[in-house]
Design a protein around this ligand. Sequence first.
Ligand code: ZN
Length: 287
Amino acid sequence: MGRVVGWECGLGLGLGIVIGWVGYRRGLLSLSGTVGLAFTSLLGFGAGGWVWGGLFWVVFISSGLWLRFRRSHKDALVDGSSETVARDWSQILAGTGWATALALLHLLAPGVAGIFAAFLGALATTNADIWATELGMLSPRAPRVITTRRPATAGTAGAISTLGTVASLAGAWLVGFMGLLLVTIRAQSRDMVWDRALVWLPVAATAGGMAGSLVDSFLGATAQGIYYCERCETETDQRVHSCGEIAQQVRGWAWLTNNEIDLVSSIVGAAVATGSLSWLAETRMWW
Ligand SMILES: [Zn+2]
C-alpha cells in the first residue's frame, strides 16, 4: 500500500481548480467538466504523487493548447461538431477514467512497473486522440475513412489524415517521454535505484497510444452511432445536433458514443503499452 501525501493532494486539487478555471473561461470545459478535471487531478496527485499527477497535466495542458490553436478556423470547417462544444464531466471521465483507475491501483501495489506503463499508455491514447483530431482538422488534404479509404469531411468519426496520424504519434510520444523524464528526476532526487528497462517507456507509450488511436478510429468508422441532421444537411455523432434539430440515426449503435470509444481505446492503449514494455525489457536488455 502506497502513501497518500497531504501536500501532493493539495497541489493536485489547487492546480486542478486553477487550470480547470482557465479551461472554463476559454470555453474548453463546461462547469461539470471543470469539476471533473479538478477531481481527476486530485485523485492523480493523491494516488500516484507528483509524477503521476504531473502526467495528467501534460495531457490537459498540451491538448488544451491544441484545442485553442486556430479555433475559429476549425469551427468554420466543422460547424457544430461535437469537438467545438465545451467538454463535460462524462468526456473527462471517458478520456482519463482508466488512467485514474490505474493510479488508484498503483496506490495498492506501488512497486509494479507494468502499472506505470499501462497508465502512460492510457494517457498516451487520450493525448494522441485529441492531438490527431485538432491538428488533423487543419490537414490540407481531406481525411479518409480508415476502413473504406473513402474521402470524408474534416472531423468525421473514423476518418484519418497523414497530418493527424503524425500528430497522434507526437502526442503519444510526449506522454511517454515526460513519464521517463519525471521518474528519472524522482529517482535522482531520492537516490533511488533506476531500472534500465524504464528507458523504453517512450517507445511503449507510443505503441500503446497508436494502438489505442487505431481502435478509436476503427470503432468510429464502423460501430459508433452516426446521425444525419436534415436542417444542416450534415452527418453528426450527436443525437441532438448543435443547431437544436433531432438528427436521424443512419448507422452504428446508438449506445456507442465517443465516450465509450474513448474509454475502450484507452484500455487497449494501456494493455499494449504494458505488454510492449515487458517485451522490450526482456528481449532488448543486451546493450
Ligand atoms: Zn443541424
